[in-house]
Write a protein that binds this ligand. Structure first.
Ligand code: CP
Length: 447
């Protein structure tokens, strides 16, 4: 596969809405007869590089590839790979994504790892979950299941519940729901709200606005406080529906998406009284037509006696993962073509080296962990933000750049000084603070 042509799936935004819908139709075809496709990818090899545990993602990808007639090589336990001897992800994917395999599926504990893999591998890379960042193929399975259940995605009212801070499936799902113009009600476990960078991205890239919401009582989910935020698109057709975005009342729910506490990413946080979905939750009038979703694995957050309720679709999400991933693999390997256009460019400048001194503030970002050895800070300037906002090109966490330096004169100015505005874009170097600019050898102009 030619390097320049490769498509990766690092973020759910690497697919346009139209491409996603077209992939659903291919998944339907694959699902209609799972046994009929064993020639489609014959001769190709997929490598699954899983540096974190997995049941569904790895096995459904492997099943999908085998059903397509391809081969599979796997590294399912990091202890049995040379990562345990200190090999970097970049070197691993350079080796495996060459003559060993034609496509890689990577799961890694560090935020932004999938972007690193995509950058260094010569073959397509699929993000199987990178830290708390994104899990786009879970979102494809979630959207596909919901779309089959409800016949549409637009305008659905979806409640997201639990650990919204560290759940990568939630982050990818939010972006997709916003793009498909579904409305989101967040019911986080206290202290585990959606991170600011996710909310900023929803607002900036998809025009999503937040409002307080009063949600019909859902026993077990939000306790007595029933605290919720309502996130909806501000695009014109939605404005017609929601002219006043305060105190929205949500009385009809299409889906409740429950998540487990992502304890492997916690730093000793307390999760006593974590929400629990029970039969009594589903007895609420507002949940009459709701579907209960969960990316799985379930721990304690959905009672087992909810499994038999026809509204529970979490095992269906897992089942549909095979045809959905068959469609994705066939597409990324060039075995099926999509008529739909690729995603439009988002409002970001090309990646830029931010110069000495600037580093991502996310301590879980790969640039601050194994990438310290070989990755420089790499940031994207977000359009239209004042003061300038840069987001890490790997994990997307944002920093405010209050000082702008001239790369040749080595003089830095406050971002709103006239001198700063006169520096040509290609000569700008951004800093969070005067101290950081000085540490990088820049002289700070007064004022
Ligand atoms: N939903 C999901 O990613 O499950 P696994 O961790 O089992 O792959």
């Amino acid at each position: 596969m030619a390097d320049l042509e490769k498509r990766d799936l690092v973020s759910i935004e690497d697919l346009s809405q139209a491409e996603i819908l077209e992939l659903f139709h291919h998944a339907d075809e694959f699902r209609a007869n799972l046994l009929a496709w064993s020639d489609l990818c014959r001769g190709t090899i997929m490598a699954t590089l899983f540096f974190e545990p997995s049941t569904r993602t790895r096995l459904s990808f492997e099943s999908a590839m085998l059903r397509l007639g391809g081969g599979v090589i796997t590294a399912a336990d990091e202890k049995n790979t040379s990562r345990s001897k200190g090999e970097s992800l970049a070197d691993t994917v350079r080796v495996v994504g060459g003559s060993y395999a034609d496509i890689l599926v990577v799961r890694h504990p560090e935020d932004g790892a999938a972007r690193v893999a995509a950058r260094y591998a010569r073959v397509p890379v699929i993000n199987g979950g990178d830290g708390a960042h994104e899990h786009p193929t879970q979102t494809l399975c979630d959207l596909y299941t919901l779309w089959k259940e409800k016949g549409r995605l637009e305008g659905l009212e979806v409640v997201l519940c639990g650990d919204l801070r560290y759940s990568r499936t939630i982050h990818s799902f939010c972006y997709a729901l916003a793009r498909f113009r579904a409305n989101i009600v967040t019911m986080p476990y206290p202290g585990f709200e959606l991170p600011d960078y996710v909310l900023h991205r929803l607002r900036r890239d998809f025009g999503v606005q937040a409002a307080a919401a009063s949600v019909a009582e859902l026993p077990g989910l939000a306790g007595s406080s029933n605290a919720a935020a309502y996130l909806t698109s501000s695009k014109p057709h939605q404005l017609a529906l929601f002219t006043n975005l305060t105190n929205v009342e949500v009385n009809r729910i299409d889906a409740i998406y429950m998540t487990r506490a992502q304890r492997e990413r916690h730093s000793g946080e307390d999760t006593i009284n974590y929400p629990r979905l029970t039969r009594s939750t589903l007895g609420a009038e507002a949940a009459k037509d709701a579907r209960v979703m969960h990316p799985l694995p379930r721990v304690d957050e959905i009672d087992y006696d909810v499994d038999d309720d026809p509204r529970s679709i979490y095992f269906r999400q897992a089942e549909l993962g095979v045809p959905m991933r068959m469609a994705l693999l066939a597409f990324l390997l060039g075995k099926i073509q999509l008529r739909a256009a690729r995603p439009a460019l988002l409002s970001v400048m090309p990646g830029m080296a931010a110069g000495a001194g600037l580093r991502c503030r996310n301590e879980r970002c790969i640039t601050n962990n194994e990438g310290v050895r070989y990755l420089n800070g790499d940031f994207r300037l977000r359009d239209g933000e004042v003061p300038p906002v840069l987001s890490c090109a790997y994990c997307e966490r944002e920093i405010e750049a209050r000082f702008v330096g001239h790369s040749q004169s080595r003089v830095a100015h406050r971002y709103n000084a006239p001198e700063a505005r006169r520096i040509k874009a290609e000569l700008r170097v951004y800093f969070e603070s005067e101290t950081q600019a000085q540490a990088a050898g820049f002289q700070c102009a007064s004022g």
